[in-house]
Design a protein around this ligand. Structure first.
Ligand SMILES: [Zn+2]
Length: 132
């Protein structure tokens, strides 16, 4: 379901106005929540290319792009990605598990740096000869 996709890929921030990846601007003129400049809301309303919302502008992010959730431009691509995920669950799990193992192996090759002092508090140890 697209709602599940939105929940999973929600960007986690919102605002009074924002521009989608496609260039379309959205805004929420709730003056009890947001601070707008004098005349800003009127200018946004007069611009036929903007979209007024009665709630905060929220975003979804996937494939390195950030879209306004209320924009329709991302829905076809989002549905395509969602269908890919839905139909390749075992392959995606295998990929993630294999990558997890590879990254763990890679991390194990890195020398551990001691960061605890004698009193058990975290304290980085630096060589005094190294200039910072
Ligand atoms: Zn858009």
């Amino acid at each position: 379901m697209i709602e599940t996709f939105i929940t999973a890929f929600r960007a986690g921030h919102s605002g009074c106005r924002g521009t989608c990846d496609c260039g379309r601007e959205f805004f929420n003129p709730d003056v009890f929540v947001w601070d707008f400049d004098e005349g800003e809301i009127d200018a946004l309303r007069e611009d036929d290319s903007t979209v007024e919302l009665n709630y905060a502008v929220q975003y979804i992010k996937f494939m390195n792009r950030e879209y306004v959730i209320d924009c329709n431009c991302w829905r076809a691509k989002g549905t395509e990605v969602m269908n890919f995920i839905d139909h390749h669950g075992p392959q995606i799990a295998k990929y993630l598990n294999t990558e997890r193992e590879r990254k763990i192996h890679e991390a194990e090759q890195v020398e551990i740096i001691k960061i605890l002092s004698d009193d058990g508090l975290k304290k980085p140890e630096f060589d005094d000869d190294i200039p910072f």
